[in-house]
Design a protein around this ligand. Structure first.
Ligand SMILES: *Cc1c(COP(=O)(O)O)cnc(C)c1O
Length: 220
């Protein structure tokens, strides 16, 4: 099936409260233009350099989401245009994003990445660290960032029960932390689910899914 057909198949089956981020990493701008022409304008990239290169070449009404690990020294490159950063894993990173957001005279929306998988390779905060960060005094000082939700990745396994339990654990944490609303925290977005597990993620309460290979085919 074509990119267009794949996107159509996914979007027509999504509940209305669920947003699709199309994960465009590794694909050339011609393919991204093909996606753009379907009217879907939310793109996810995991590398700063690649996202900046594509931003330069593509229409300016695309919403760019950074979904991969972000180093503090690279924040300045995406600060002028990024619309959501999914991968916050430290206060230090938020402080740098705040600093660059001030320079660009804007507020940058961020999700805390919470570690829910039973794998060594995934980045993120554990539940305790995320809770402490949300309640820290240092966060209150950061007027040019906004924490709008949480992101999580399940273990890469065929065990659907395990994946579902991991997603549900984050959904439960999200519901609990939602009560905490401050000038720069308002938890509305729960980013969970990729090609292999987005149906389970939605069933478990996700409202933002990040899908690549189901649309473009396997990345090589
Ligand atoms: C690559 C990636 C995705 C998309 O994965 P697919 O399996 O291609 O849908 C989603 N989230 C993150 C953080 C990724 O790095």
């Amino acid at each position: 099936m074509s990119i267009k057909e794949n996107i159509h198949k996914i979007t027509t089956s999504l509940p209305t409260n669920v947003t699709l981020v199309i994960v465009t990493k590794t694909h050339p701008v011609e393919k991204l233009m093909e996606v753009y022409q379907t009217g879907n304008h939310i793109f996810g990239e995991n590398k700063v350099q690649e996202m900046c290169d594509k931003y330069e070449q593509l229409p300016k009404n695309i919403e760019w989401h950074l979904i991969g690990h972000l180093q503090t020294n690279k924040v300045k490159f995406i600060a002028p245009f990024v619309s959501l950063i999914h991968s916050i894993d430290s206060l230090k990173l938020l402080q740098e994003i705040n600093k660059q957001a001030i320079k660009n005279n804007r507020i940058i929306n961020c999700l805390l990445q919470v570690y829910i998988a039973k794998e060594e390779t995934k980045f993120g905060l554990d539940f305790n660290e995320a809770e402490n960060l949300l309640r820290s005094d240092a966060l209150k000082e950061l007027h040019n960032i906004k924490i709008t939700g949480l992101m999580g990745m399940a273990t890469n396994t065929d065990n659907e029960k395990q994946i579902e339990l991991e997603f549900l654990s984050l959904k439960q944490f999200f519901e609990k932390q939602k009560q905490l609303e401050t000038t720069n925290i308002k938890l509305e977005t729960l980013s969970m689910g990729m090609s292999s597990d987005y149906l389970l993620a939605i069933k478990s309460g996700s409202n933002l899914i990040r899908v690549g290979s189901s649309i473009f085919g396997k990345r090589i």
